[in-house]
Structures are given as C-alpha cells and as structure tokens.
Design a protein around this ligand. Structure first.
Ligand SMILES: Cc1cc2nc3c(=O)[nH]c(=O)nc-3n(C[C@H](O)[C@H](O)[C@H](O)COP(=O)(O)OP(=O)(O)OC[C@H]3O[C@@H](n4cnc5c(N)ncnc54)[C@H](O)[C@@H]3O)c2cc1C
Length: 301
C-alpha cells in the first residue's frame, strides 16, 4: 500500500529523487552509457537490444533526431563489435504526426541497419498503433527479408489471430512475446493476471507451432517454467528461441538462464528522456521503491 502510494506519486517528485530509484532500469543519458552497459552484458554472456528513450513525440525535428541518433548507435555497434540489436518505437518516429512520416523514418533506420547486418525490433505500443505496427513489420520484411521483428502482447484478445496472420504472410516470423505494459480497455484486453498468463502460454505454443523465432520476454516464473515445458514439447534447440529481460530486473534469474545455456537478451534503454520510462517500471513493481527507501533509512543494514 505504502509502496504503491509512493510509486504513484513519482510523476510529481523531483527528477533527481526519481533518479535515485530508477537508475537501475536505464543505462544512462548518453549513447556511450548504452555501449558501456552492452559491453558489460556481453562480458556476462548476454546480448542486448539498445533502445533510445523518448516516446509519444509530436515534433518532426525530434523524430529526425531519433533517426540520426539510431544511425550513430548502429555505426558504433559495428565499429565496437557489440553483440546487440536495436529496438524502435513508432511514437518516437513520428506516428503522432502522420503515418507517412513515421514509415519513412522507420524504413530509413531499418535499411541502414539491414545494410550493416543488424536486426531491428519494432516495439509494440498501445492499441491505436497495433495494426500499423504489424502491417509495417510485414511490409518491411517483404522488402528486406529478416531485417526486423515485432512484438505481440498476451494481454490483447486479438493476439492469437495476429500470430496466424503474420505466420501466413511471412516465411519465418520473428516475434518478441510479452504480457503488454499498457492499460487497455476491457473489451479488447484481458485485465486479469491469470488470464494473461494463460494466453501468454497459448500464444507461445502457437508461435512455436508456426515455426516463429520467439523472444520470450518475461520475468514471471510461471511463464518461464511454462516456456521451458513448451521448448521441450516442440523439441527446440537452444538457437531456435531466446529469453529476453529488462535491464535492472531480476538479475538472479538472468544469471540462472545464462548458466543453463539459454540465449538471453537484455533490453537496454538510454537517453535524456529517461523519466517516463523509469516511472512506468517503478509503477510496475512498487516494492522496489519500498526496499530502496528501507535500504536508504537503514543504511543498507
Ligand atoms: C525485453 C522486454 C521487452 C518488452 N517490450 C515490450 C513492448 O514492446 N511492449 C509492451 O507493451 N511491453 C513490453 N515489455 C513489458 C512487458 O509487457 C511487461 O510489462 C513486463 O515484462 C512485466 O511483465 P512480466 O512478464 O515480467 O511479469 P510480472 O508479473 O510483472 O513480473 C514478474 C516478476 O519480475 C519482477 N519484476 C517485473 N517487473 C519489475 C520491475 N519493473 N522492477 C523490478 N522487478 C520487476 C518481479 O519480481 C515480479 O514479481 C517488455 C518486457 C521485456 C522483458
């Protein structure tokens, strides 16, 4: 109760104070921070996906800056030989302005990455952008096979149909499967934890059946255990799927999955606009705030 109250007050707190709780979730403000974090993750045996923070942008200049920053990141991935791909979001590339601008910007970055043999994940945002994101993913894969993948959210009632649609449209789909972070209306989404878990495992089973390459993105033990069962059921080799986790979340699980020899990708966000992302992460797990305050008050004893 106390933790939730504090987490919900985060948007009204000074940035420096939120930063105290939130620094675990982001690599830092600069691209160099993201490269250093990726190097450290690679050293542990994990791979990365670098994300430039700054979503829900309605300025054309800012969308262009996003394109240029991702090109710089891609150049550095190549020159520093980092084992990472990138994740991009339509609302950072201009979808709030119009679809044409967004598509042109996203195509430019995906083409730049494709020419450098670097994979791009198109993150899935809230439901007004679901159709757009899936259509763009299919179109760009037809133009540049294997260049990009997208994300499906188990909280959405439509997701099993979307899996069938994508599988029928492409030779091999590449999908990150997550629960979904956005609060969506009851008529289109399951807003019940158990139902989302059930749908997650049904979607994963279907994706494996359709021979998709899946990024199993979760920190939930029920889903990790369920995924292990499905990996056995479909007799998958370790190079036919990967696990994915967020930076700063459940490092003990990260170590366990790596020790068991699974491929593990860590979502590595960076950028000046770290505040909204960090607040979302803290609200997702208010207990973090409580334990940080306790550690602060007791001097970590
Ligand atoms: C790599 C990756 C990419 C993602 N991309 C997208 C996307 O494109 N679109 C989208 O809508 N969502 C995305 N998400 C978010 C996702 O939808 C969930 O909101 C998030 O992963 C929490 O769900 P969970 O399955 O981990 O289960 P939960 O039940 O939320 O978490 C399980 C356990 O993990 C720990 N935990 C979870 N979150 C936190 C946290 N913030 N701080 C500390 N501990 C925590 C807790 O111990 C918790 O009990 C992504 C998640 C990951 C891992």
């Amino acid at each position: 109760m106390f933790n939730t109250l504090i987490a919900n007050s985060m948007p009204y707190m000074p940035k420096a104070l939120v930063g105290f709780f939130a620094k675990r979730y982001v690599a830092g403000a600069t691209p160099e921070d993201a490269f250093q974090t990726t190097l450290a993750l690679n050293g542990e045996g994990a791979v990365g996906t670098i994300d430039l923070l700054g979503e829900f942008n309605d300025k054309i200049e800012k969308a262009r800056q996003t394109v240029e920053m991702y090109k710089l990141v891609l150049d550095n991935i190549k020159s520093k030989n980092l084992n990472t791909n990138i994740s991009i979001k339509p609302t950072a590339f201009g979808i709030l302005l119009n679809e044409e601008t967004c598509t042109a910007n996203m195509r430019e970055v995906i083409k730049y990455a494709y020419e450098r043999n670097i994979f791009v994940r198109i993150d899935m945002e809230n439901h007004p952008y679901t159709d757009y994101t899936i259509d763009l993913y299919i179109t760009l894969n037809k133009e540049m096979p294997g260049s990009c993948g997208t994300v499906f959210q188990a909280c959405l009632k439509r997701t099993q149909d979307d899996i069938k649609h994508v599988a029928a449209s492409l030779d091999k789909a590449n999908i990150r499967l997550c629960k979904g972070i956005y609060r969506e209306p009851d008529d289109i989404a399951y807003n019940n934890r158990k139902k989302v878990q059930e749908n997650y495992l049904e979607c994963l089973d279907l994706l494996f059946e359709k021979k998709a390459y899946v990024g199993i993105a979760t920190h939930d033990d029920v889903l990790i255990n369920g995924a292990m069962e499905l990996i056995k059921k479909h007799k998958l080799e370790k190079n036919e799927y990967e696990f994915q986790m967020l930076l700063g979340v459940r490092s003990e699980l990260r170590k366990r999955l790596l020790a068991e020899g699974h491929k593990l990708r860590i979502y590595t966000p960076f950028g000046e606009d770290w505040l909204p992302y960090s607040i979302r992460r803290l609200q997702e797990n208010p207990a973090i705030v409580g334990s940080a305050i306790k550690g602060f008050l007791t001097g970590g004893r």
